[in-house]
Design a protein around this ligand. Structure first.
Ligand code: ADP
Length: 565
């Protein structure tokens, strides 16, 4: 935009030199001080006005005036450009503004602001109405820490979980790294928001104000509110484990007074250890189901069960503090439900992955904080009134001994692979009378169990090479499990169904279906490791890893022998 043309200013450098002025008629026209006030152009105009009309120099004076006017305009423009530049340089040289979080007004011209984690009471530029600033919004502060501009709300910031709503609307949040909790205020954005504990909120970068609700919180929601009907009789071949569980949990619950009288310690939980697929999870669920039933029959009071099931590796999280948060949350959920009268069970499968000895490894740093934290949570549990913790693992040897100390998980219950009698019992459980069976279920079960446990070359399944040089062949029966048996029966059912569809006839589940299913289940198995790695196969057995050099499927050995590999 063109600047309005200024009246040329008087300038000293444009005035004629003093001696010449004194000798000109100009000195007679105006006093010297006034002359000095005049610009060159004004002087020219003055001189011209004093020339007699049609004087020969008038044209020269007009020419001179134009030249001077043009020059003065150029000088003005250059000065304006320089001034602009000076202003820009000045701005660029001035220090950066600080960005703070406005917390609340203090006086009518002061504000409580948090800047870089430190609190200040700052003056507020009178041009900014204090009422226009909202709790949680960002403000610009100058070098003197005065608020000079209001900005919007932070778009970024840490996310935390709300632990508790305080009566005045402030929020208590869980400190993620296992340190103390702290209290924050809500921003103007959340002032009227309905909030609940467990929600996740985003804080401003100074971590003083909750700005936004991010979600209802990623609780490890794996609860089976109620366990489906699971009487002890639905578990086959685990009589010893069932008895141990009933002694450890059912008796103290049902005979509290006796246990108190004899001052007999009551466990807060137990560890189920044994190979995969043998019913550890099933036993955990059955504990919850049967305890509820027992209490109901004995006392007439029905305490619904709350069964929170989680796999250890699901808890492992690369974010510092996240795994701890999840574990604390699991206990908190169980306690909450127990307070409401539920029988709360916390079932942690593959427990060695989070509660393992602090051996060196990828998750070493997580384990080093998880184990002590888990112990603290365990120590806070009141037996019988609170939560029953059940750990399941197929590598109990890896679980940190601190977890298994008296007063914590001090009952270790072994879940073995079913022997032949146990396997037959499990077959009988799955070959229910209600199914269309071609023979009495006991006969079918016996036949398929005998085939499963036969020590024939066809049944050879894995080979162990011990450090001593001894070799041992494992047959299918040696690696039998409830999971395999359940899968064999399911497969036999689908064979019978397919036959029914193909033949359009009324078919029944036969002995042949079961035997075919048994073979297919081992050939196309999903239940054994897909690799030949000894480490993977060792998990299936009870052998001491120290004593075993190699353990793998027999198919490799057979192939090697026939020259295929
Ligand atoms: P684990 O927890 O030891 O790995 P699970 O309890 O998950 O094993 O067993 C997997 C499935 O195998 C169960 O859901 C059940 O169908 C079957 N199963 C395992 N063991 C038994 C058993 N002893 N009696 C009946 N069914 C079993």
């Amino acid at each position: 935009m063109a600047e309005p043309k200024k009246k040329p200013l008087p300038r000293e450098d444009k005035l004629p030199a003093e001696p010449s002025l004194a000798s000109t008629p100009l000195a007679d026209l105006l006093p010297r001080e006034q002359l000095e006030q005049l610009s060159t152009l004004q002087l020219v105009d003055l001189i011209t006005s004093k020339l007699p009309p049609r004087h020969a120099s008038i044209f020269d004076m007009v020419y001179l005036r134009e030249r001077i006017a043009a020059q003065e305009e150029m000088t003005d423009q250059a000065r304006a450009a320089l001034e602009k530049m000076d202003a820009i340089i000045e701005k660029l040289r001035s220090p950066a503004f600080r960005v703070g979080t406005f917390l609340m007004p203090v006086d009518k011209d002061k504000a409580h602001v948090c800047l870089g984690g430190t609190d200040y009471v700052c003056r507020v530029d009178p041009a900014i109405p204090l009422a226009s600033l909202q709790a949680g919004q960002r403000v610009l502060c100058n070098e003197a820490f005065a608020v000079v501009q209001g900005l919007g709300f932070d778009r970024n910031g840490p996310i935390v979980r709300v632990d508790e709503l305080l009566s005045d609307g402030r929020l208590r949040i869980g400190q993620e790294a296992g340190l103390t909790n702290f209290v924050i205020q809500r921003s103007a954005l959340l002032a009227k928001e309905k909030m609940k504990s467990g929600m996740e909120v985003r804080l401003d970068v100074n971590q003083r104000v909750a700005l936004e609700i991010i979600g209802v919180g990623k609780r490890v929601e794996r609860a089976l509110e109620t366990v489906s009907e699971l009487p002890w009789s639905a578990i086959g071949g685990q009589d010893e484990a069932v008895r141990a569980i009933r002694d450890a949990i059912e008796l103290p619950f049902l005979h509290r007074d006796l246990f108190k009288k004899f001052e007999h310690s009551v466990p807060k939980g137990f560890l189920l250890h044994g190979p995969p697929g043998c019913g550890k999870t099933l036993l955990g669920k059955a504990t919850a189901y049967n305890l509820r039933q027992q209490i109901k029959t004995q006392t007439g009071v029905d305490h619904p069960e709350f069964f929170l099931q989680v796999k250890g590796p699901e808890i492992l999280n690369m974010w510092v503090g996240e795994s701890e948060r999840q574990v604390r949350d699991l206990f908190a959920q169980c306690r909450e439900r127990a307070k409401d009268g539920a029988l709360a069970f916390l079932f942690i499968d593959e427990a060695e992955s989070i509660l393992g000895t602090r051996r060196s490894g990828r998750f070493n740093s997580i384990l080093s904080t998880l184990v002590p934290m888990f112990c603290t949570e365990m120590d806070g549990i009141e037996p019988l009134t609170n939560v029953v913790v059940i750990l399941a693992s197929n590598r109990a040897d890896l679980i940190d001994p601190a977890i298994l100390r008296p007063g914590r998980i001090d009952r270790k219950i072994r879940v073995r692979r079913p022997d032949q009698a146990g396997a037959q019992a499990i077959y009988e459980i799955y070959l229910r009378d209600s199914l269309p069976l071609a023979e009495p279920k006991a006969d079918l079960a016996r036949a398929v169990t005998e085939a499963h446990f036969a020590r024939t070359p066809d049944n050879e399944f894995a080979e162990v090479n011990f450090r001593s040089g001894r070799r041992e062949l494992l047959c299918r029966g040696d690696l039998a499990s409830g999971a395999i048996i359940a899968a064999v029966v399911e497969r036999a059912k689908s064979l019978a169904i397919r036959r029914a569809i193909e033949t359009q006839a009324d078919t029944q589940l036969t002995r042949a279906d079961l035997l075919t299913a048994l073979r297919l289940e081992h050939d196309e198995n999903d239940l054994f490791p897909a690799t030949d790695l000894t480490e993977d196969w060792l998990k299936l057995t009870d052998f001491d890893p120290e004593n075993v050099v190699k353990l793998g499927p027999v198919r490799v050995r057979k192939a090697e022998r026939s020259g295929v590999v």
